[in-house]
Design a protein around this ligand. Structure first.
Ligand SMILES: [Zn+2]
Ligand SMILES: [Zn+2]
Length: 300
């Protein structure tokens, strides 16, 4: 069965999520104020540095912490690093660990099928793109009953702690820039950074299920049933997450870019932590630099 043979996804009526809509809307308005401020008053070197540092801290918090470590258990790490990831990922304002991880696991279970929380195939054309990118966040998502609990997360004290202190953690990402550069720090390293990192994450859900190359062998046979794609541009902005077809093929691997020349910054960070002894049991491609065609299951 190929993608085109599949039945279109039908969406049941969903309940609007007003808090998400207002929160995301307000953050965008304030981010636009920040961009306006940058054009009118310029940006100090300190604010550029704060923007870069907080983009990387929160970005890696999501890609390495929430995604590769917690959702897919791609590696194990030391306790201090585990706490650091909980704070870095929380500051990204993409929800607390439990919700993010649970929803993303369901995305992998039902990728581009009806129960997928954010497949662009849910609607035709641009509407599908917008749904996968941002629209799904404006509706209350009811996880399929089979996937309502995740025991490993229920037992994880850091995940439970992060849930209780989620709001103060998000605010920390605004408080620190404020203490250093004042209100301009809140706008630039706070809101512009927050919205920038959101869109990099959301691009994986939208662009990387629509545009790019699919995982195929040398004869053009597809390896994945879903419509996941490898997209270099998304990989650059989303710290390596753009190698999304690779990721859907081997979700547990902590490396999404499998070749040495793949721009997977999250892989490089994990490699650095591994060399420093801070992470271990890293799941990675069987042989460095090799795409193991014969080990992959062909579906087409
Ligand atoms: Zn995906
Ligand atoms: Zn994943």
């Amino acid at each position: 069965m190929t993608q085109r043979d599949r039945k279109p996804i039908t969406k049941s009526k969903k309940e609007f999520n007003y808090p998400n809509f207002i929160g995301i809307g307000l953050a965008h308005i304030l981010a636009f104020c920040g961009i306006w401020y940058m054009f009118v008053y310029g940006v100090s070197v300190t604010n550029w540095i704060l923007f870069a540092v907080f983009s990387l801290l929160t970005g890696f918090g999501i890609t390495v912490g929430y995604h590769r470590m917690l959702t897919h258990r791609g590696f194990q790490c030391s306790k201090p690093l585990r706490w650091a990831f909980a704070i870095m990922g929380g500051m990204a304002g993409e929800g607390y660990e439990y919700e993010w991880v649970a929803n993303h696991r369901v995305h992998h279970f039902f990728s581009d099928q009806e129960q997928d929380p954010h497949s662009p195939l849910a609607y035709p054309g641009a509407k599908g793109f917008l749904w996968a990118h941002i629209g799904w966040l404006f509706f209350k998502y009811e996880r399929p009953s089979l996937y309502k609990t995740f025991q490993d997360l229920d037992k994880d004290p850091v995940t439970q702690w992060q849930r209780s202190f989620y709001l103060p953690i998000v605010l920390l990402g605004f408080l620190i820039p404020f203490l250093i550069t004042g209100l301009s720090g809140i706008l630039i390293a706070g809101f512009v950074r927050l919205v920038f990192v959101w869109h990099t994450t959301w691009s994986v859900n939208s662009i990387c299920h629509l545009f790019g190359s699919r995982a195929k062998d040398s004869e053009g046979n597809l390896y994945t049933r879903d419509d996941s794609r490898n997209n270099l541009l998304v990989a650059i902005f989303a710290l390596g997450e753009g190698y999304h077809a690779n990721h859907h093929l081997r979700p547990a691997w902590a490396y999404h870019g499998w070749e040495w020349y793949h721009l997977d910054m999250s892989k490089w960070l994990i490699r650095c932590f591994e060399m420093a002894g801070l992470v271990w049991n890293v799941k990675k491609p069987v042989r460095a630099g090799a795409f193991q065609e014969k080990e992959m299951e062909k579906i087409a």
